[in-house]
Every structure is written in structure tokens, then in C-alpha cells.
Design a binder for this molecule. Structure first.
Ligand code: SAH
Length: 367
């Protein structure tokens, strides 16, 4: 007797995998195109409604497959229009997904893991510990749900024009689930986004950046936060494994002539820690030969943090120095802070398996 296989969630499959799936059912690969259009263009998850598939195939799909996005547990809309959803995956785990509307674009910030294992000292996700990787279905499903909730194409205009993997987690530590999700974002039969509109943000996992370079075209963002190793180690512990020199080599390769890509460096400005004019001058030396942009992010405080945001005056001074040095630098506007939707404030529900959140709670109680 055959063991009863669990239905496969088709949101886990990018176009190549979906073609292989239909092949395994003895169907023509173009079935994949039909299903992708239903799911990502029409927002349909019920096989019965996929009228161009033929009754028998529809019935077979109902047996062996499902299309199951995460569940929206709550939705909050900020005074500035920023929208935040809590998306649940069963088992008590949830992540936050944020939509940031601007006059000429709409950016969706999604998560790649539940919690994060990297423990960057200025990030609230780090303090919550790590539960598990998200599946491809759970990653692309955040975009699918947000698109449904916003009305993806309203009056012929796309609401979500850009997607950034800057929510919870380190996407390059979940490479195998993240890449098919990126591929569905890029695919015309999926969300059809240009490479520069899909940004993967990493804390600097060098082997992951190198692998990504050879795998798919997306925009890269690197969380730098310090111009030299000693300081960076205190903010991003991963720097001990992949120091700045190696990181710069990897970024330079990512944007090399052959690949024609850009890299954005993120630099969170923390009062008295990494915001001195000397840091700005060191940053100029580090980045001036690399075709890149610098995104300065005012630190967003969260309960229990020992850091503070740099004063406005120092942020402007810092920006002035790096721009005079020839870098392209913008200061990120804080959005949605009235609903705790700003960078590093996303919490979700992490069933921490590292017990880090408990240790941190104990430490803060002792202080
Ligand atoms: N692990 C990935 C993606 C998640 S973090 C990475 O490190 O890039 C997304 C961005 O938010 C990073 O640049 C991160 O450094 C920044 N960030 C985290 N906590 C922050 C905080 N409290 N204030 C401002 N920016 C923060």
C-alpha cells in the first residue's frame, strides 16, 4: 500500500520546479504557466476555479497539492499609510511584513526566517533569538497575502513595486528557500519585478553573496554599520568570521563589469558608537572605489536596547562628509514608527530555540 503523501504546497515551487512537478504527473510543462498565472496574476488558490486545466487534472491537484499562503493574524495601518501585518505559519510562529507606500513606489519588506541567529547587538530581531527558516511558500506567501490585501493592481497601477528582504532573518542563511522566492518575484508569470526592484539584504555572509552572484540577478544590500573590523565586530558578530576586507572583495565581485549590478551599504547611525566624523572619513576610503550607494539609517530604539539614535545634526554632518568624499548617500526616513514597523522593530512571534531571548532578559534584569 502506498503511504499517503502530504499534499505539496505549490507556493514552494518556482517555475522550473512547477514544470518538473507537472512532468511528474504526466502533464505538459505549460500547465505550470497556467497555474502560475492563476496564483500570482489572478490571486486564485482554489484549483476548482482554474477552468483552463480540465476537470480530471483539477481533481487530481486537489488530492496531491494545495496552495496555502500564511494566514494574516492582524493588520495595522500607520498614520503615514505604512501597513503592517502579522503573518502566522501555524505552530505559534509568526512574522511581521510591512508595506511602505511612497508617491512613486510601494515597497514591501518581508522576512526570511523566524527570528535570527546572528545576534547583531542593535537589532531587536537578534534579541528575540531564532526559531527556524521560512519555507519558500512562507516567503513568497507574504508577498501574495500583502498583494491580496492591498489590491495588487488597483486602477491598473501596481501597489507593490519593490520587495526588500529586510524583515526578520538572514536571507543568505536560508539560501535554498530564498532563491526560488526571488525567482518568483522576478518571473513574469510571478510578480514580474525587475532585478533592481528586488533587494536582498545581508549582514555580510561572504560565501552566500558569492553563491548568489552565480545564481540570480537581484539588488544587493549589505549591512555594514562600521568602517573597521574592531567596531563592526561589536555590532555585527558575524564580522569575526567574515571581516570587512573579505566582504568588500565579495561585494566588488558582485558588482563586477560582467554582472552590472549595484550594491547598497546600510549604515545604522548609533549615538556615540559609529557616528563620529572620523568614521565617515574611514567610510569614504573604504567605499569610494566601489560603485555603490550608502543608506544611512537613524537607529530605531526598541525596549531593552542600550543604544540611542544619533542626533539629527550629527546625521547631517555624517552625510555631508561622505558626500563630499564622493559617495552617494541618502538618509532613510523612518516610517511607520507609530505602529512599531520601522527597521529593527519587527517582532512577530519567535519560539526561540536558542534560549537567547531568555538569557538577554535575565541579563537586563540583573542590570
Ligand atoms: N539580516 C539582514 C536583513 C535584516 S535587517 C541584514 O542584516 O541585512 C535589515 C536592516 O535593518 C539591516 O540593515 C539592519 O542592520 C537594520 N536594522 C536592524 N535593527 C535596526 C535598528 N534598531 N534601527 C535601525 N536599523 C536597524
Amino acid at each position: 500500500m502506498n503511504a499517503i503523501a502530504r499534499p505539496i504546497n505549490l507556493l514552494d515551487l518556482d517555475q522550473a520546479a512547477l514544470r518538473a512537478f507537472f512532468g511528474s504527473l504526466g502533464e505538459k510543462p505549460f500547465r505550470a504557466q497556467q497555474v502560475l498565472k492563476w496564483v500570482y496574476h489572478q490571486g486564485v488558490t482554489d484549483f476548482a476555479a482554474m477552468t483552463n486545466l480540465g476537470l480530471e487534472l483539477r481533481q487530481q491537484l486537489q488530492q496531491v497539492a494545495k496552495i496555502e499562503p500564511p494566514r494574516i493574524l492582524s493588520e495595522q495601518v500607520s498614520a503615514d499609510g505604512t501597513t503592517k501585518w502579522l503573518m502566522g505559519f501555524g505552530g505559534g510562529n509568526a512574522v511581521e511584513t510591512v508595506f511602505i507606500p511612497e508617491p512613486n513606489r510601494g515597497t514591501l519588506c518581508i522576512s526570511s526566517q523566524i527570528g535570527c541567529a546572528l545576534n547583531c547587538t542593535f537589532c531587536s530581531t537578534g534579541a528575540q533569538g531564532f526559531s527556524r527558516n521560512l519555507t519558500t511558500a512562507e516567503i513568497i506567501g507574504q508577498v501574495w497575502q500583502a498583494a491580496q490585501s492591498l489590491g495588487h493592481e488597483r486602477n491598473g497601477l501596481r501597489r507593490i513595486t519593490n520587495v526588500v528582504l529586510m524583515g526578520m532573518g538572514e536571507p543568505l542563511l536560508n539560501f535554498d528557500a530564498v532563491v526560488p522566492a526571488l525567482s518568483l518575484l522576478r518571473d513574469d508569470l510571478g510578480f514580474g519585478m525587475a532585478a533592481k526592484r528586488v533587494t536582498l539584504s545581508t549582514a555580510g555572509l561572504v560565501p552566500g553573496i558569492d553563491r548568489l552572484r552565480d545564481t540570480i540577478d537581484v539588488a544587493l544590500a549589505v549591512s555594514l554599520h562600521a568602517p573597521e573590523d574592531r567596531l563592526r565586530e561589536t555590532l555585527v558578530p558575524l564580522n569575526r568570521k567574515y571581516p570587512i576586507r573579505e566582504l568588500m572583495r565579495s561585494c566588488a565581485d558582485y558588482v563586477s563589469e560582467k554582472h552590472k549590478r549595484t550594491v547598497t551599504f546600510e549604515y545604522t547611525l548609533i549615538d556615540g558608537v559609529n557616528d563620529h566624523p572620523e568614521h565617515a572619513r574611514q567610510l569614504v576610503k573604504l567605499l569610494r572605489r566601489l560603485p555603490s550607494k550608502l543608506n544611512l539609517i537613524p537607529f530605531n530604539p526598541f525596549p531593552g536596547t542600550r543604544y540611542r539614535c544619533s542626533p539629527e545634526r550629527r546625521i547631517r554632518e555624517f552625510q555631508g562628509i561622505v558626500m563630499e568624499g564622493g559617495l552617494i548617500a541618502t538618509v532613510r526616513k523612518t516610517r511607520g514608527d507609530d505602529i512599531d514597523a520601522a527597521c529593527g522593530q519587527l517582532v512577530g512571534k519567535v519560539l526561540d530555540r536558542t534560549r537567547r531571548s531568555q538569557r538577554i532578559r535575565e541579563q537586563t534584569q540583573r542590570i
